[in-house]
Design a protein around this ligand. Structure first.
Ligand code: TXA
Ligand code: MG
Length: 321
């Protein structure tokens, strides 16, 4: 059931969390499927609903800085500098965990991923629940992340009772995940916070940014984030074999081909990366719901949020390679 984000409904959802049940809730990146992050039985319900392999660790969502110290150890000054600057926001920090966080949340890892989301409904829900909320994206394992309550309902509606509505996710791609090392900061997943913004704030710290395609965050598979329809980049498709009536096109800023495809989407007419990121999953959901057999996607310039967008598209394409 989709619930309007009234005070009453947020309190109702918070009671569910406290009672050990799962609730889907909005964040600025994508919708999350939340449970009490200190209750292992409650967290196990997330894996059940998502069909997710339990070796895949979850992000713990907090609503104020004091909770960061409850769940994790802070051992570098740059951790607080980044949190103060970018929270609430699309940045997840991987830190040594404290005992309060059970192993099921971290899949047995000694570290916990923590984030303060920039969405009023999420923040109130966490505050009213009185506990950090463990949540993955609210999609079935291996499918597209949801950026609206309707996306969640479509995938998980028959398995969960409460979906708090909070409109369309304004960022639209998952958070940037980083880990700290003596020698610098490691990007585990490019996401909603551009890596350039991190580099600008702490120029003295080295940013270790490997190949964004290799799975560095545990459980990040090469073919994650895939729509149910086959996806290819334009430059990888054999143009003689394409049937326009059975194909959807995903362009960056303008239509590139004269061909009229069955469905066409332009991520941002003005070439604005933020708008493109916010539209990415929405358009992929729309395209997979059109009667087509193939999605052709244009490559996006890999700067700023373009890195996260290309990461998601490449993973989607990998599923069908
Ligand atoms: O924007 C987001 O991050 C969204 C919203 C709901 O907050 N959440 C999200 O969660 O994308 P999920 O479960 O779909 O992806 C979490 C990623 C996984 O790839 C996982 O491997 C990584 O976080 N992760 C979690 N704990 C980790 C840890 N201790 N060390 C390294 N990676 C970790
Ligand atoms: Mg996910």
């Amino acid at each position: 059931m989709i619930l309007k984000p009234s005070k009453e409904n947020i309190l109702k959802a918070a009671r569910e969390i406290k009672a050990g049940n799962v609730v889907a809730f909005p964040t600025e990146t994508v919708y999350g499927l939340g449970a009490d992050g200190t209750n292992p039985i409650a967290v196990s319900k997330i894996f059940e609903v998502k069909n997710r392999p339990s070796f895949n660790p979850l992000i713990v969502h907090i609503c104020e800085m004091s909770q960061l110290y409850e769940v994790s150890e802070i051992y570098y000054e740059r951790i607080e500098i980044l949190a103060e600057k970018f929270w609430p926001g699309p940045l997840t920090l991987v830190l040594p965990k404290k005992k309060i966080i059970p192993d099921i949340v971290t899949a047995g890892h000694p570290t916990v991923a923590v984030r303060m989301p920039a969405h009023e409904v999420a923040l109130s829900l966490i505050k009213e629940s009185g506990v950090p909320i463990a949540a993955p994206s609210a999609n079935s394992f291996g499918f597209l992340s949801p950026t609206s309550s309707h996306h969640v309902e479509k995938q998980l509606g028959d398995k969960i009772d409460f979906i708090l509505d909070g409109g369309s996710s304004s960022v639209g791609v998952e958070s940037t995940i980083i880990e700290f090392e003596d020698s610098g900061i490691k990007i585990l997943r490019p996401g909603g916070l551009p890596i350039e913004d991190i580099a600008e704030l702490i120029p003295e710290v080295e940013i270790l940014n490997g190949d964004s395609i290799s799975p560095k965050a545990p459980g990040m598979l090469l073919h994650h984030y895939a729509p149910s329809v086959k996806l290819k980049f334009f430059d990888e498709a054999d143009t003689n074999q394409i049937i326009p009536e059975k194909t959807g096109a995903l362009y960056f800023s303008k239509k590139k081909l004269n061909t009229n495809f069955k469905a066409e989407r332009i991520l941002s007419e003005s070439g604005d990366m933020r708008e493109a990121a916010a539209n990415l999953f929405k358009f992929l959901h729309e395209l997979e719901n059109t009667d087509i057999e193939l999605i052709l996607a244009e490559r996006i310039p890999e700067t700023g949020l373009g890195i996260a967008i290309m990461d998601r598209l490449t993973r989607a394409a990998n599923k069908y390679r």
